[in-house]
Design a protein around this ligand. Structure first.
Ligand SMILES: [Mg+2]
Length: 458
């Protein structure tokens, strides 16, 4: 019998957004109902995304709109949210922000509390010849750049890449120039760089700007049929150019936030704690006796969501990862990092986690809408197997599972996808993600399933 759900949940969720809840700007099937029901049940959840480009408040409002659910900005952790922690460090110092369009990022940085923010467009306006190929983008920079009176004298203390650069040529050029500058001042080149007597050949020292990135994802899923470059590709390109131009004399030093980095998971957990207190009031001894024991990270990118959650070691909680098939990861392929669990989509992922936490009756009580493709889930504990619901066939496809089928067993196969054996109109069938494969009779079953079949057929 399933345990009674605790009054205050001792588990929580962290959701990736792109490829899990949305594809481009459109909600993926089941995502609205899933978030709506979790919010209704007051199960603590945060959104942990490598997306960004606006403030948490704006982004939460956009997501609320797209999912038709009220989302609190306190639930929102974006790739650049940890930059908030840098505000005291750069208080009145000048920073260069990279990425985004127009003055969006300048405005977000200002909203975070950075007081002196400039863009590549400002530098272009001051000295157009810094752009090696200005033909295409000069009007854009002229329209968006601002005149900064002390732009040639005040030190730029840090370069913060906030989202993917829209102007790789100018941004990389400007970043390179500043990292070789004299004291981070625009226009001057340090004489000391390349001094072999100095540590790192004096590169990236002499008060030159610190460099930060916030999203190591190489690609992301858009409405294009194949993934597109994301900030991680820009970072890799810049580092590649740096290595070639400095001829291996100096290692590029920078800090990267965003999943899968530990700092972002720490930041996310801190916000999850704060949000939990918003839901359930101040928790006694929150730091030493945090009520949440398990956090389920649901994501589509093995290189970001999955490895990040798998490798994050928290003092208070265990993070488990659930990999869905609605984004970067494709069903039936071998993921670079294996998740704790696989699920077809976000609805199935949440259902699986809820069952593990003793909330398995919620669907039937009407709290959680059952997913169309799943029925009759039950849990059989076993070290490598569990029984799952059958995939319902489309109305015109009589080769599917259907109500006359009975699921006997499923396994995670070597490719990492869930398969199930169903007893279907007197014949055994192997149910994969996409297809239902007739297996014939019991003796035709793959060996790994044979041992368990008599048990479940009895
Ligand atoms: Mg994603």
């Amino acid at each position: 019998m399933a345990p009674k759900p605790a009054e205050k949940p001792n588990f929580a969720f962290a959701f990736d957004i792109d490829g899990v809840l949305l594809r481009s700007k459109e909600p993926l099937p089941g995502s609205r109902e899933t978030i709506h029901n979790l919010q209704k049940l007051k199960i603590p959840l945060i959104f942990l995304t490598n997306g960004g480009g606006s403030t948490e408040e704006e982004h939460a409002a956009k997501l609320s709109d797209r999912l038709g659910v009220d989302i609190d900005e306190a639930q929102f952790v974006q790739s650049h949210s940890p930059y908030r922690d840098l505000v005291p460090l750069y208080d009145n110092k000048r920073i260069l922000v990279v990425g985004g369009t127009g003055n969006d990022i300048r405005n977000v940085a200002g909203a975070y509390g950075f007081k002196d923010v400039i863009t590549s467009s400002d530098l272009f306006l001051e000295q157009p010849s810094i752009h090696p190929f200005p033909e295409v983008s000069a009007p854009y920079h002229n329209a968006n750049g601002r005149r900064i009176p002390d732009i040639r004298t005040k030190e730029i203390a840090a370069i913060l890449v906030w989202s993917t650069s829209r102007e790789w040529t100018l941004d990389m050029q400007v970043m390179f120039d500043l990292l070789l500058s004299s004291g981070g001042v625009f226009g001057g080149k340090s004489d000391m760089a390349e001094d072999v007597a100095l540590y790192n050949k004096d590169y990236l020292q002499d008060q030159r700007p610190k460099l930060y990135f916030c999203n190591p994802d190489l690609v992301w899923v858009t409405d294009h049929d194949r993934p597109r470059f994301a900030q991680g590709s820009f970072e890799a390109a810049f580092e590649g150019v740096w290595n070639r131009l400095t001829q291996g004399k100096a290692k590029l030093k920078y800090t990267t936030f965003g999943k899968p980095n530990k700092k972002t998971f720490e930041y996310g957990e801190r916000h999850l704690k704060a949000y939990y207190e918003k839901l359930y009031g101040p928790q006694e001894k929150v730091d030493s006796d945090w009520p949440v024991k398990t956090v389920y990270m649901i994501g589509d990118n093995p290189e970001s969501d999955i490895i990040g959650a798998n490798s994050y070691v928290s003092r208070d909680t265990t993070w488990k990862s659930i990999l869905v098939e609605t984004g970067v990861y494709k069903a039936g392929t071998e993921p670079a990092h294996k998740p704790t669990y696989y699920a077809k989509d976000v609805a199935e992922a949440v259902q699986l986690a809820l069952e593990k936490e003793g909330y398995s009756n919620i669907g039937r009580q009407g709290g959680l809408k059952e997913h169309n493709n799943i029925e009759g889930r039950s849990t059989k504990q076993g070290h490598s197997s569990r029984t799952v619901g059958i995939r319902m066939p489309s109305p015109t496809n009589n080769d599917g599972g259907g109500r006359n089928s009975r699921v006997l067993q499923d396994r995670t196969n070597t490719a990492g996808s869930i398969e199930a054996i169903a007893f279907h109109f007197g014949k055994l069938k192997l149910l994969g993600h996409e297809t239902v494969k007739p297996l014939g009779n019991l003796e035709d079953l793959p060996n790994q399933f044979k041992e368990s079949v008599p048990l479940h057929m009895s």
